[in-house]
Write a protein that binds this ligand. Structure first.
Ligand SMILES: [Zn+2]
Length: 846
């Protein structure tokens, strides 16, 4: 039995009344909106058509291009009067935020900026369809209500944040659907194949990327976001199809920087949405599940930048196909889904228009307060440049987020050291940077740099720790006073190339201390340059060099002749890295370049497993790393195809987080062990480590008290076993680790930890830790005692997650197994893990 709910035509003006020149989506597309999925090129074409037909109300702008070459668009829709002065409105908006250099008083009357973002998750397709209807009804001359709203609002529509993901889903769906969609949820068209359309080209979740901007879609979008800073932002999503619609107000925890007004307006919008949903008898829920904490979402990021950021979720996504029979026996269609999204969009614009002046005034207050009384425990931060180019990567992050920073001068300050938690003196020089908290972006700055985020409730949707000094591994001090006499800049530091001796050089030395070193290595290995690395520190040409330093000698590279120095300097330029040329291979201290403590390297042939069972997010991080971060070629292999013959082609095999059934296949498991014993290097990440442990490869998972059956003290309090029904959703909290930061102590004499000091800060997202290797392996990264430094972790896990191994290397015959129990490439923003991963691939076992 199916029934179609009787819709009240809330905002929809029947197309017969439509102004001839602006075509409705139905007229333009040639089918009824919602009767099939609109491919991205037609979303683009429709937006163009509207912009051309109504140039007095609509401005269309392409702000970027995706990895697969699809355009990214914004449409600005407002009244003709507002559109004529659109640039003035934008400037005024920045003036409200204190982000312009002029000292003019801003106009506080409005209009308010309302930004609607659709289809960030590619297989949550109804929202881009809703974007087209929303755009149409804003310009449709017969719709007089929207004309009134647009006097008081500028509506910015991003019809599809993730075109590559959307088309991956839509193209697949169209290839498997028949003449009539099948609403039975168990059929093929409701089960997307790996990797699904949610993520972008490199399988990144773009709704985790707003602050970090590791993906091209986000990087290009935030340039525009910085120029506009909307007062209201809605991020459109879909959830499981049996769920009623979700809209604001959001669930706890709310981050403490979220203001009373931001909370209040969420409720105002929620009540307006509820009014329209009630008119139609549509179910919804609020205040549950979707919290406001992790800073990199499409709701929190706008909140931390002064807007009202919200997530709206329709039941649907790929499991809903084009129609699906839900739990109630009703058929949920694409039209229903898009019409609900259309309704909340209209309602949001209406309420924003009614409150435009208040929204603008509160926006100004938010920024006034940020500049004068910034939140957080510190007034300023000092970040030491430390070794390598991590400081430049941080400068890029700050610039992308419009966070003001300064160049330090030679001075001395007192502050709290993030890594020790203790107060101390820090001396600065011109390489270090200073960030003062009293700036327009004080809230985002506080959130990104807070040592420990305050959770008002411990059940959250995402990680609870992201403190930038730990993420970057940069020594940072928090100060209780502002720092004066320093120069604001946005210029990135440039590398210093020292003592270039040109053609007389015997060897070139490159420090191994960060991603840029890896980029350099990747480039020269591909140019067939023979490279060595030093196992021990040494001194040459009056400079000290650490373990892992790359050494390129002229002797081993005779075949390249005179071109060698050119190859090296070009690769160094491209990687923004310095190098030192020396005229003798005699070192002042340490081992000469001919010593066996100086290891030859060769360009590894790398395999990466993908496909069903493999986490596409984890695999995508590795792919993205090789493809876009260090430009090194790899071989992506379906996990189901792995065979002896394929292994023979590889030096390194990477198992991302995932479920590897072949480890249970005796023959293949043995073939893999043989390959390692013959010199192969197996790199296992996250759960792949646990599976190797279960398959008796040699590493052993550590059991917590909870896992042991011989518990003696559980009789202590019989009544504590009694659980209350209403608490059932919270009972898991003591054993819950949503993602927190641990200090890992490193044996940096092992190649896996080259380029690091004696500590690394890891994002721990689960409850697994491994027993120390006794004699068959190297304990390179271990957690001693309770070394949790930031974030939330359940009380039961606190006892378990200590005195164990997280990063280790097991020698097996001629080869090595490298165990990385935590993800060193997490969302590509965990900058300090990139070298660790590179060591696993390029350094260990060479
Ligand atoms: Zn979503």
């Amino acid at each position: 039995m199916t029934k179609v709910p009787a819709c009240v035509a809330l905002f929809l003006i029947i197309s017969g009344l439509a102004f001839a020149q602006v075509k409705s989506p139905d007229q333009f597309l040639g089918y009824k909106l919602g009767s099939r999925f609109t491919p991205h090129f037609n979303i683009v074409n429709y937006c163009r058509q509207v912009a051309e037909a109504a140039p007095e109300m609509v401005k269309l702008e392409q702000y970027g291009t995706t990895n697969e070459g699809r355009p990214l668009l914004l449409t600005y829709v407002t009244s003709p009067g507002n559109l004529a002065r659109l640039e003035d409105i934008r400037q005024n908006n920045l003036r409200l935020a204190g982000m312009t250099s002029d000292k003019m008083a801003p106009d506080e009357k409005g209009p308010a900026i309302v930004w609607l973002s659709y289809n960030v998750h590619g297989n949550e397709t109804s929202s881009s369809e809703a974007a087209l209807l929303t755009l149409y009804e804003l310009v449709n001359p017969a719709n007089t209500k929207t004309k009134e709203w647009l006097q008081h609002t500028v509506v910015i529509i991003d019809p599809c944040i993730n075109p590559d993901g959307r088309d991956r889903y839509v193209n697949w769906f169209n290839s498997v659907v028949g003449v009539t969609p099948n609403p039975q949820s168990f059929t093929r068209e409701h089960a997307e194949p790996w990797p699904g359309g949610r993520s972008n080209h490199y399988y990144f979740d773009l709704n985790r990327d707003w602050a970090w901007q590791t993906q091209v879609e986000t990087q290009q979008r935030i340039v525009k976001y910085n120029m506009w800073l909307p007062q209201v932002h809605v991020d459109y999503h879909e959830q499981l199809y049996n769920n009623p619609y979700y809209f604001a107000p959001a669930a706890e925890p709310y981050h403490e920087v979220i203001t009373p007004w931001q909370r209040e307006f969420q409720t105002i919008i929620g009540k307006s949405n509820a009014h329209y949903f009630d008119q139609n008898g549509w179910l919804f829920f609020t205040k549950e599940r979707f919290d406001l904490f992790y800073p990199s979402y499409g709701d929190t990021y706008p909140l931390y930048r002064g807007g009202i950021g919200m997530t709206f979720e329709q039941g649907g996504h790929s499991r809903a196909g084009a129609a699906v029979i839900n739990r109630d026996g009703d058929t949920l269609t694409l039209w229903d889904r898009l019409y609900h999204h259309f309704t909340t969009g209209m309602s949001t614009i209406e309420v924003s228009a009614q409150n435009a002046t208040k929204l603008v005034q509160e926006f100004k207050k938010y920024y006034d307060k940020a500049r004068t009384t910034p939140p957080g425990e510190f007034k300023a931060y000092i970040i030491k440049a430390d070794e390598g180019c991590k400081i430049v990567r941080l400068q890029q992050l700050l610039n992308r987020n419009n966070i003001e920073w300064c160049k330090a001068v030679n001075a001395s300050y007192t502050g709290i050291n993030y890594f020790t938690g203790k107060s101390g003196t820090v001396k600065t020089d011109s390489l270090d940077i200073v960030i003062n908290a009293n700036q327009p972006n004080a809230n985002l700055l506080k959130v990104l740099f807070e040592r420990n985020s305050h959770l008002s409730d411990s059940v959250t949707y995402d990680i609870t720790a992201w403190s930038v000094p730990f993420v970057y591994g940069l020594t940072t001090y928090g100060l209780s006073t502002y720092v004066t006499g320093v120069r604001k800049t946005t210029d990135l530091d440039k590398p210093k190339i020292k003592a270039l001796n040109g053609e007389n050089s015997v060897a070139w030395l490159i420090r191994w201390n960060g991603l840029n070193s890896v980029q350099f290595l990747s480039a020269i290995l591909q140019k067939k340059v023979k490279v060595r690395y030093a196992e021990q520190p040494f001194k040459a040409g009056n400079e000290d060099f650490d373990k892992g330093t790359l050494i390129i000698t002229r002797t081993s590279n005779q075949s390249l002749g005179a071109s060698l120095s050119g190859i090296i300097s070009a690769a160094a330029q491209k990687a923004s890295i310095g190098y030192i040329a020396v005229s003798s291979s005699f070192v002042d201290k340490g081992f000469d370049f001919g010593s066996e403590k100086v290891h030859g390297m060769h360009a590894p042939k790398i395999g990466l497993l993908a496909g069903e069972g493999v986490s596409s997010l984890s695999m995508g991080e590795v792919w993205h790393f090789f493809d876009t971060q260090i430009n090194y070629p790899i071989n992506i292999i379906w996990a189901n195809d792995l065979s002896k013959n394929i292994l023979r082609e590889l030096d390194v095999l990477i198992l991302p987080d995932g479920n590897y059934r072949f480890l249970a296949d005796r023959m293949l498991n043995d073939a893999l062990k043989d390959w390692v014993s013959n010199g192969g290097r197996l790199v296992a990440i996250e759960s792949a480590v646990g599976q190797l442990a279960a398959a008796d490869w040699g590493i052993k998972m550590k059991k917590g008290d909870d896992d042991k059956s011989d518990k003696t003290d559980d009789k202590k309090d019989d009544y504590s076993m009694l659980r209350r029904y209403e608490n059932r959703e919270r009972d898991f909290i003591p054993g819950f680790n949503p993602g927190s930061i641990y200090k890992v102590e490193l044996d940096n004499s092992h190649p896996l930890a080259f380029g690091y000091n004696d500590a690394y800060y890891t994002l721990k997202q689960d409850n697994t830790i491994y027993e120390f290797f006794k004699d068959m392996g190297w304990n390179v990264g271990v957690v001693r005692k309770d070394n949790q430094v930031a974030g939330f972790v359940g009380s039961k896990l606190k006892d378990k997650l200590k005195d164990g191994l997280l990063f280790g290397v097991q020698e097996m015959g001629q080869g090595n197994v490298i165990y990385l129990a935590d993800d060193p490439l997490f969302r590509s923003f965990w900058e300090n893990g990139k070298l660790l991963f590179s060591n696993a691939v390029f350094m260990v076992g060479q």
